[in-house]
Design a protein around this ligand. Structure first.
Ligand SMILES: *Cc1c(COP(=O)(O)O)cnc(C)c1O
Length: 411
């Protein structure tokens, strides 16, 4: 390029011949932005293959930045192939669309992340794909709902909002026995609490796909939306990549940069928010207004023993185990919804808002009615309030909860 020159300023500016020195190494990788990617010649253009990440062809098919993030996420979750999507929800959609076709049936936990059920009721249904909800806390319910055309079973651990930890091992074994594919929404575990592609550490039990809302822990900032889908299987990976490509899924380089910046601290952030969440959950256990604390690491919470098997498997060397900074409480049914809303409104450190994994603690009251097709197993009646912990001092948060409780949660 250096031998080209033009007397026209705009041409000269674009085609300026300066090349920075080749070796530049710094803590963060360079960020590459492209829709167009240049080819040295037409033959190279025709030969290039993006699917195995051996070359670049067009921005939507990958850049050094997106490939780098995909590889690091594979290291996090233990997968071998990964695609990035613009949100966690789109990751769930890409996973489903990559293996489902008209006439297929999919099973979804009744306590799944709500929009995954809404997707099944909407697009999946209108594309001729039927669905059934199963009780994730009852493997026999899953077994009884498998149909000859069941192609995919969604898994989630723990359930969204209500935090019941299912017997993932039993659920997976049922799916394997019937040769049905499995996809795990791995947002809570985040690759840290347990290993979805090697659940028991013996290399024998694995889900087929994970989908992860990178919006939560990998971002950690409450400021980026992104998702990933991952698999270890080469055949499924090709299906996944083709669906991802045909739907035009891709992510912006600035967002990739943000996630790459946050990823090195994910384990520390996860642990810190876990610790705070457990302190708060334990405080709630002492409160008269609270009839049930839903946190899988607490004894008595639905599925606690299944959480122990996967997330605290080392007994004495790691009795604490791992959990995300997320829990819910069931407040006494004798309280009114207005009292519960007033309690949330009067919190000073907690902000009212969806999502989790960010720096600021959040609270949301939920009404389970309308969210469930079956009566939930193991849940007491009451008002559900979900908390996600940020990085504030636990003592400040507990004082905040105590003050708001005194003011609003009186019988
Ligand atoms: C937040 C979340 C999603 C969706 O992620 P978005 O980026 O908000 O679309 C999916 N699954 C679970 C379990 C989540 O918590």
């Amino acid at each position: 390029m250096t031998d080209k020159s033009s007397s026209h300023l705009s041409t000269q500016l674009i085609h300026h011949g300066y090349q920075p020195p080749a070796d530049f190494h710094a803590p963060q990788p360079g960020i590459y932005k492209a829709s167009t990617v240049f080819f040295p010649n037409v033959a190279a253009m025709r030969q290039r293959e993006w699917k195995d990440k051996s070359a670049y062809t067009y921005g939507t098919h990958g850049t050094p930045s997106s490939f780098t993030l995909e590889e690091r996420l594979c290291a996090l979750e233990g997968g071998r192939h990964c695609v990035l999507t613009p949100s966690g929800l789109s990751a769930l959609a890409v996973a489903s669309f990559s293996v489902l076709k008209a006439g297929d049936h999919v099973l979804i936990p009744d306590n799944a992340y709500g929009p995954n059920k809404v997707l099944a009721e909407g697009e999946l249904t209108s594309f001729g794909i039927s669905h059934t909800y199963y009780d994730a806390m009852n493997p026999a319910d899953l077994a009884s709902k498998l149909q000859p055309n069941t192609r995919l079973v969604w898994l989630e651990a723990p359930g969204s909002l209500t935090m019941e930890f299912p017997d993932l091992v039993a659920l997976l074994r049922i799916c394997k026995q019937h040769s049905v594919l499995t996809a795990l929404d791995n947002t809570w575990g985040a690759g840290i609490a347990f290993k979805p592609f090697d659940l028991l550490g013996d290399g024998l039990l694995s889900v087929d796909f994970t989908a992860h809302a990178l919006t939560k822990y990998p971002s950690g900032g409450g400021d980026v939306l992104m998702g990933s889908v991952m698999t270890c299987d080469d055949v499924l990976a090709l299906k996944l990549k083709m669906t991802h490509m045909r739907l035009g899924m891709c992510v912006g380089a600035n967002d990739v940069e943000t996630i790459l910046r946050s990823l090195p601290s994910i384990a520390m952030r996860y642990e810190a928010q876990d610790k705070t969440a457990r302190a708060l959950a334990q405080w709630w256990q002492t409160q008269a207004a609270c009839v049930q604390v839903l946190h899988p690491a607490l004894e008595g919470s639905p599925g606690h023993s299944h959480w122990q098997t996967l997330c605290a498997p080392h007994g004495q060397s790691d009795p604490v185990g791992k959990a995300a900074g997320l829990f819910s409480v069931m407040l006494d049914p004798r309280l009114t919804s207005a009292q519960v809303d007033a309690f949330c409104d009067s919190l000073e450190w907690f902000r009212i808002g969806y999502s989790w994994g960010g720096p600021i603690s959040l609270v949301v009251p939920y009404n389970l009615e309308g969210l469930r097709s079956q009566k939930p197993t193991g849940l007491k009646a009451g008002h559900l309030v979900r908390f996600s912990t940020g990085f504030e001092a636990a003592q400040d948060l507990i004082q905040d909860l105590a003050k708001a409780s005194r003011g609003c949660l009186k019988f």
